[in-house]
Design a protein around this ligand. Structure first.
Ligand SMILES: *[C@@H]1O[C@H](CO)[C@@H](O)[C@H](O)[C@H]1NC(C)=O
Ligand SMILES: *[C@@H]1O[C@H](CO)[C@@H](O)[C@H](O)[C@H]1NC(C)=O
Ligand SMILES: *[C@@H]1O[C@H](CO)[C@@H](O)[C@H](O)[C@H]1NC(C)=O
Ligand SMILES: *[C@@H]1O[C@H](CO)[C@@H](O)[C@H](O)[C@H]1NC(C)=O
Ligand SMILES: *[C@@H]1O[C@H](CO)[C@@H](O)[C@H](O)[C@H]1NC(C)=O
Ligand SMILES: *[C@@H]1O[C@H](CO)[C@@H](O)[C@H](O)[C@H]1NC(C)=O
Length: 355
């Protein structure tokens, strides 16, 4: 969710009861890379070779970075989607082939860019980023093709692979409050979920917002957050993405300052979710019964407005949660602290890939 830059958002900060981060994680958070000021990093995905893909809002850019490279690490521009303002969700649909969402949401004016939204394929097969060269991608370069436009969409945000066999995706429209299923091969799409759980609600000072992060787990269960409602849900789904049972509330945010944005899972099914203006990562047990802030806190710049997270897929970082942030661009930390969007690593005591 990319809120508007309202000056009065700082008045939202209040004295509230926030659980403290568990000390076990405190010393295990480190900065991998900070972008220049005014860079909102929106989404993150891991390649099978351990590199990370980062999408930017406000510039139509997709970057790759190798978190295992020696410092100073430098992201490499993979592609610039000319004619758009932003890149949102990223999801791998075949080995090293990623779908991404682009559109014209304006972080500065709050204009949604209705009519601009599109879904792309970014094929990174054989693409090696050159760390010595910093800003180049080696030949043959990524293969970029448009899968489809979705002209009726208001504001596409979350993205997940639905069925690897059928090559379908689920796409969340945070402002219209619906979830689409898209067939990558044919480009056909239709709405599969539109109910009170996906629906947007007024979220002053932000635009109305609903379904945000969404991820299919084990092919048969869809988890999704609702940014405006500050809740995380799950629902059993059929292979075509339609619900196969009732939507269940997994968790509510621990604080009214927290927002539920994008999230990921560890191998045990625990959920690690970014809290946006809460400046933290919350760990939620699969059943929702245990909720704990594991990194950051509302007054800290360690994770300034985190937007998305993913576990490492390299040889030695399957226990590392990589988090990207908006740098407090929409909700400055403590009301006035802004920095460039960051990529931050959190060493956890659990593994999230190659389970
Ligand atoms: C954040 O700062 C406020 C105001 O100084 C304070 O009351 C609150 O306890 C702090 N919260 C945390 C989690 O440190
Ligand atoms: C980024 O913006 C903040 C707040 O305006 C400012 O204090 C800081 O010096 C800026 N940093 C850079 C590198 O320009
Ligand atoms: C996005 O906005 C820019 C600038 O207003 C415009 O030129 C461009 O056509 C828009 N792109 C789409 C896909 O609508
Ligand atoms: C979602 O459902 C509501 C209520 O039935 C309807 O008004 C709205 O048009 C639907 N949204 C879309 C994008 O179809
Ligand atoms: C995954 O789904 C299958 C059926 O689709 C089920 O048998 C299995 O128990 C599920 N695994 C987990 C970890 O939920
Ligand atoms: C977790 O990942 C590490 C590599 O990062 C691996 O050595 C270890 O065996 C994994 N543990 C489990 C339980 O899979």
């Amino acid at each position: 969710m990319k809120p508007q830059l309202f000056a009065f958002v700082s008045t939202l900060l209040c004295v509230c009861n926030i659980p403290l981060a568990s000390s076990a994680y405190r010393d295990h958070t480190y900065l991998i890379y900070e972008f220049p000021n005014d860079t909102w990093v929106e989404n993150i995905a891991a390649r099978s070779n351990g590199e990370l893909l980062l999408s930017i809002v406000g510039k139509p850019q997709l970057f790759a970075i190798d978190p295992s490279a020696p410092s100073p690490r430098q992201p490499v521009l993979i592609h610039e989607f000319t004619g758009f303002l932003d890149v949102f969700g990223i999801a791998e649909y075949q080995t090293d082939k990623f779908a991404v969402l682009t559109g014209n949401f304006s972080l500065e004016t709050g204009d949604l860019g209705i009519g601009s939204w599109a879904v792309w394929s970014v094929d990174l097969t054989g693409v090696e980023i050159s760390l010595q060269d910093g800003d180049t991608v080696s030949f043959p370069g990524p293969k970029i093709t448009k899968i489809t436009d979705i002209p009726a969409a208001h504001f596409l945000n979350g993205l997940s692979l639905l069925s690897p066999e059928q090559q379908t995706l689920l796409i969340g429209d945070i402002n219209a409050g619906v979830i689409y299923r898209l067939d990558i091969g044919s480009g056909d799409y239709e709405i599969v979920l539109n109910d009170t759980f996906t629906a947007p609600v007024p979220t002053p000072p932000f635009p109305i917002s609903g379904v945000d992060g969404l991820h299919v787990r084990n092919g048969s269960e869809l988890f999704f957050s609702n940014f405006g409602k500050q809740q995380l849900y799950k629902v059993a789904i059929n292979e075509d993405g339609t619900p196969a049972g009732p939507v269940v509330t997994v968790a509510n945010t621990l604080s009214t300052l927290d927002e539920y944005d994008d999230f990921t899972f560890d191998c045990d099914g625990n959920i690690f979710i970014t809290t946006g203006g809460g400046n933290s990562i919350e760990k939620i047990s699969t059943d929702g019964l245990q909720q704990v802030i594991i990194a950051g806190n509302v007054n800290s710049t360690a994770l300034a407005e985190p937007t998305s997270c993913v576990f490492g897929r390299g040889l030695n970082d399957r226990n590392v949660l990589y988090v990207v942030t908006g740098g407090g661009l929409a909700l400055p930390v403590n009301g006035d602290v802004i920095m460039g969007g960051q990529l931050v690593a959190i060493k956890t005591n659990t593994n999230g890939s190659a389970c």
